[in-house]
Design a protein around this ligand. Sequence first.
Ligand code: AMP
Length: 277
Amino acid sequence: MQDISNFLKRTGRKIGFIPTMGFLHEGHCSLMLKARDEADTVITSIFVNPAQFGPSEDFNQYPRDFLRDYHICKSCGVDYIFYPESKDIYPNDFLTYVEVKEMSEKLEGKFRPGHFAGVATVVLKLFNITKPDLAYFGQKDAQQVAIIKKMTDNLNLDIKLRICETVREENGLAKSSRNTYLTKEQKEEAAVLNKALNEAKRLILEEEMHDIKELKKEVKKYIETNSPNSSLQYIAVTDFINLEKISDLKEYKGDVLISLAAYYGKTRLIDNIIFEK
Ligand code: AMP
């Protein structure tokens, strides 16, 4: 892959790269299509990265279907699929990890220790292998976006990041490979997460609700009432640069990120909303 990337660069092609864990859906396609639009050569990686899964998480169950993904990539105009094996990425003598401190311990990091070190490490490796000019990420994983932005900036990577909107089902549920774990009923109920985030945005912008505790209570109540089979793990209101908690919404000016995670049975879903205040 590195030889191909070097060749593409020598011949002046602009490389667009989309890292994924496969089991592709319209969310991934939106990234690929944007890359197709902006770059000369589009590379996608498909790699279920063991380093970003905790010991009790779903690494083994994570859905995988290369042939299905291959056809989706083809239909989205992808030129190369980088499909390594774990031992190629993490050989036995592997010792080096990248850590974006502080930001990695917040939000998702509190419940998934080590997750973002795994993400940052694999993304940096994939950048070094595919040598992109442009790299595409989804807002669906907002903390990942903030962390990769910080890494790119701190480590002087010469790569432009493109952030794409979250693609959703008709009912508002964010598309995710993990949605395949959900029953039809759970899929219907889980649409409430997006509605709750929109309600939180409305409460802040229209009703000028500034008390974060009060706001979180309202959102929690909204989710519990409309989705009795959910179990909300956290909801947080932060900025979208350093992921610092916003304590005084009245004074705050800038991008507000409201993130949450909720369980439906054993399935853990995340979602977020970002808006300017
Ligand atoms: P994953 O395969 O889940 O690691 O995701 C690969 C990339 O696709 C990440 O940048 C995700 O943020 C992005 N992505 C996943 N789901 C969506 C979605 N529903 N809308 C937009 N981007 C998404």
